[in-house]
Ligand binder design. Structure first.
Ligand SMILES: Cc1cc2nc3c(=O)[nH]c(=O)nc-3n(C[C@H](O)[C@H](O)[C@H](O)COP(=O)(O)OP(=O)(O)OC[C@H]3O[C@@H](n4cnc5c(N)ncnc54)[C@H](O)[C@@H]3O)c2cc1C
Length: 369
């Protein structure tokens, strides 16, 4: 009988939890390791919008994100949608004619790729979807009915519970410090900061923004971009919006029954000027209350600057690295959208050795040179 393979998943954000859940339900012995608590890395500090409308940089990346949205729907059918899956669509509009033209051009491209988008007006949106918004009556507003937002921490917690029920072990609050290889160069074991060592045939690097450090443990150079973002949570007695939206200068989404999440690329641009996070949060709150005046009654509860986990060319790095058999990567921005599909495709690659065509452009080997 072939000995059972052991997979150590390094990092339990949305990507590690998705890979670990898929492997454990396929009968692999899985150990989930996280330096902190599962789901409390960048997965908890994300705008968390599941979409492909913002992923038109290449057709293969768009297709992967469309598959990501479908994988979420499938996951919601399999484990249930409770407390993590909010498929209420997404709204987007612009403040000036040039930006408006660009949005409408993107909508045309997306329509030609069979992606659902409806063009509405400010007045219609207020009447049908979001009564609390202030936006001009006659401006065009794009509505993407198939998009969603995801409660990342809750999703991770569900996947971890399901993986544990299928037999996975976990080590939380301990860091992977070393990955040892055997005489043939393949993965053998993983050393943890608590002094213990885990035997491993498979190591999945899902360490998010720290993925380059974990890659370094097998002498692999994984080039990553530095692209921090700031997210703030506003506590409110009643959440005045029902879905995620891109207003001209700020992104707004619900975050459960008593909280709203805010993000803005314009405010991200101030991070490196040395502005305090509390000031960035105040600016976000100010921008958001211009769109949703009721948010003026809310108060800032949490703010965090987090690094996006982005390989240097901007695209995911998913799959095996042939120089170290048994070592795999699951590293990506847009990880909220892509977590379930990357989890499924990478687990299938690990189990079968076959690579899905959706991953063709996102091989870790492209950084080998
Ligand atoms: C401001 C902002 C907005 C975003 N908006 C969106 C969006 O709207 N839609 C979208 O799809 N994506 C978005 N993203 C990206 C998305 O949040 C990430 O791609 C995704 O959360 C990455 O998940 P992860 O599991 O790779 O990383 P993480 O959630 O960070 O998990 C990695 C885990 O690895 C652990 N770890 C690290 N090193 C070690 C080690 N040596 N040993 C053990 N554990 C280790 C950490 O403790 C952490 O828990 C956004 C990101 C940011 C910052």
């Amino acid at each position: 009988m072939k000995p059972q393979r052991v997979a150590v998943v390094v990092g339990v954000g949305v990507l590690g939890a998705s890979v670990g859940w898929n492997l454990s339900r396929s009968g692999v012995d899985v150990v989930l390791v996280d330096a902190g608590r599962p789901g409390e890395g960048v997965t908890n500090w994300s705008f968390s919008w599941a979409n492909a409308s913002n992923k038109t940089a290449s057709k293969s990346y768009f297709d992967l994100n469309v598959a990501g949205m479908e994988a979420h729907r499938e996951l919601a059918r399999t484990i249930g949608p409770d407390s993590w899956w909010y498929p209420d669509g997404h709204l987007r509009w612009a403040a000036d004619p040039a930006a408006e033209r660009r949005l409408l051009q993107t909508a045309e491209l997306l329509t030609s790729w069979n992606y659902a988008v409806e063009v509405s007006t400010g007045a219609e949106v207020r009447r049908r979807l979001e009564p609390a918004l202030t936006l001009p009556d006659d401006i065009p507003v794009l509505f993407y009915p198939d998009e969603a937002w995801v409660h990342g921490r809750h999703l991770v917690s569900r996947l971890v519970s399901e993986a544990v029920a299928a037999g996975a072990e976990h080590r939380f609050g301990t860091t992977v410090r070393d990955i040892s290889t055997g005489a043939d160069g393949s993965v053998r074991s993983v050393a943890l900061s608590d002094g213990s060592r885990l035997a491993a045939d498979i190591v999945v690097n899902a360490a998010g923004p720290d993925a380059a450090d974990v890659a370094g443990l097998v002498a692999r150079h994984l080039p990553m971009r530095r692209e921090p973002g700031v997210v703030t949570r506003i506590g409110c007695a009643q959440v005045p919006v029902r879905r995620a939206m891109h207003a001209p200068h700020v992104e707004i989404r619900p975050d459960g029954n008593s909280s709203v999440v805010l993000h803005s690329r314009e405010i991200d641009a101030l991070i490196d000027t040395g502005e305090e996070p509390s000031e960035l949060a105040r600016l976000l709150h100010e921008l958001a209350r211009q769109v949703v005046p009721d948010l003026g009654n809310g108060h800032i509860t949490q703010t965090r600057v987090a690094n996006r986990p982005i390989p240097a060319d901007g695209f995911p790095s998913v799959g095996a690295w042939s120089s170290v058999p048994g070592y795999y990567e699951a590293v990506s921005h847009s990880g909220i959208t892509l977590g379930p599909v990357i989890g499924r495709l990478l687990a299938s690659e690990i189990l079968s050795g076959e690579r899905d065509r959706l991953l063709t452009d996102f091989h870790p080997e492209r950084f080998a040179a």
